[in-house]
Design a protein around this ligand. Structure first.
Ligand code: ADP
Length: 434
């Protein structure tokens, strides 16, 4: 069967966030890391999310990568395409949301798309075109200090207007309150005036449902993962999507249980301490890593011993701000980060080869390093552990059973996340056996 939804996400954790919402709304979903260059087996997936790194790169590169992803998704028969960006509309006057949306619209041959960044469940709402994070306007939410894309204007019509030569319109909340038909009529009227991009207000789940109903037949929609939560119900009404009892079902998991943590965020530090109250752990020290392979060997020896009973065990570079600063002052920010990421990649590669089959990685960059060291190109998305973090499974060359993998970005997850993850995996795999 061909794909229902083909999504292009501008970063890795954003892709997982969308995929997680699609699964929760009943779609079977695969996340691809980059555009595939060969054959891929998508199994029975209804949705594919291609994860790019196109949020902060030059606009021309983002456009080229996004078009390549679109071509691939269309070649697999995707009925609707979705350009996913951050719910805080992360971009600059140079792009990349405007240029990418324009290029994708041209390629699908459509004259209009909607922009629905809001994710009300996470406090991201849009009113009269203005984006709020909780009770603050975007430009007063902390996002005005973002190192790569400072968001200093909350008026998205104006923000996007600086990124595209085409007119930008608004679908405001009073209109949405009149329902999907009225919204559709308004969008059509705007399209007739040549308005290519329509920023959409969204205060709550009802607004997302109205918007999803109004745009389900658009070849291209754009937005945050909130819209992804609302679209599958519309696909089902159209008869495009079968009712699936457990879309997040995974194959039974096996093998040792390992947690690798390179995140130094406050949430992760709490998760590390909580885990160490009950389970063994090994602290990686960037300075010791800088001195040669002995430290890494010590970590491996520790892990092999502790994994005899299957684990879970933790290897962590996570340190408090003083610890991080000390390492950075001694060997430099980039070197400290690179040494840790490299070490996590090598540990994952070696220990997975030796039988680890259930792996949790904490930290966005750290997860990227581990996924790339393992040569993983696709993830089947399973059920959720905590909001925004699903279990996934990846086929590995030379192994019969897939690797179960949970990739947690820094600030996500409850304090008991590292132990809870393995309990949830048992439940998901239980559904798999049923
Ligand atoms: P998060 O999702 O919390 O931002 P990341 O993995 O994306 O986590 O980023 C954390 C960065 O900090 C990585 O580059 C990692 O290599 C680096 N790092 C981890 N531990 C240390 C440490 N003890 N000292 C210095 N840098 C560290």
């Amino acid at each position: 069967m061909s794909l229902v939804l083909g999504a292009i996400a501008d970063d890795f954790t954003g892709a997982t966030d969308l995929a997680n919402n699609l699964v929760r709304a009943g779609m079977r979903c695969v996340q691809l890391i980059g555009v595939p260059d060969g054959e891929v087996d998508l199994g029975d997936a209804d949705a594919v999310v291609v994860a790019l790194k196109s949020r902060a790169c030059p606009a021309a590169e983002a456009v080229a990568d996004s078009l390549a992803a679109l071509d691939w998704l269309q070649s697999r028969g995707a009925r609707q395409c979705f350009f996913k960006y951050c719910s805080t509309f992360d971009s600059t006057d140079a792009g990349n949301i405007g240029p990418v949306a324009d290029a994708l619209l041209d390629r699908v041959g459509s004259g209009q798309t909607v922009m629905v960044p809001a994710f009300p469940a996470n406090g991201r709402t849009v009113y009269q075109g203005h984006l709020f994070v909780g009770d603050r306007l975007l430009n007063d939410s902390g996002m005005q200090h973002h190192p790569l894309n400072p968001m200093t204007d909350a008026d998205l019509v104006r923000v996007l207007g600086r990124q595209t030569p085409h007119p930008v319109g608004l679908a405001a909340r009073p209109l949405l309150a009149r329902g999907a038909d009225a919204t559709r009529a308004h969008l059509t009227a705007l399209a007739n005036e040549g308005v290519r991009h329509v920023i959409c207000d969204t205060l709550d789940e009802d607004d997302l449902e109205t918007l999803a109903e109004a745009v389900v037949d658009y070849p291209l929609v754009t937005g945050g993962s909130g819209l992804g939560q609302a679209l599958p119900a519309q696909y089902r009404l159209r008869g495009w999507l079968a009712e699936v009892a457990a879309p997040g079902r995974l194959a039974p998991a096996s093998g040792g249980a390992l947690v690798l943590s390179g995140s130094c965020s406050r949430a992760t530090l709490g998760q590390v301490s909580r885990f160490l109250e009950q389970h063994p752990g090994f602290a990686l020290d960037p300075l010791a890593l800088a001195e040669g392979d002995a430290h890494l060997e010590a970590a491996l020896t520790f892990a092999r011993g502790a994994l005899v009973d299957g684990g879970p065990v933790l290897i962590y570079a996570s340190a408090d701000p003083e610890g991080v600063q000390a390492a950075q002052q001694a060997i430099g920010v980039a070197r400290a980060g690179a040494l840790v990421e490299q070490a996590l990649g090598r540990l994952a590669r070696t220990l997975v080869d030796e039988g680890v089959g259930r792996l949790v990685v904490a930290g966005g960059e750290s997860a990227g390093a581990v996924v790339s060291a393992l040569g993983i190109r696709q993830l089947r998305i399973g059920g959720q552990i905590d909001p925004g973090v699903p279990w996934t499974q990846a086929p590995l060359e030379g192994r019969e059973t897939p690797l179960s993998l949970a990739l947690k970005s820094g600030n996500f997850g409850s304090e008991a996340f590292f132990t809870r993850a393995f309990t949830v995996l048992d439940e998901l795999a239980g559904e798999g056996r049923a």
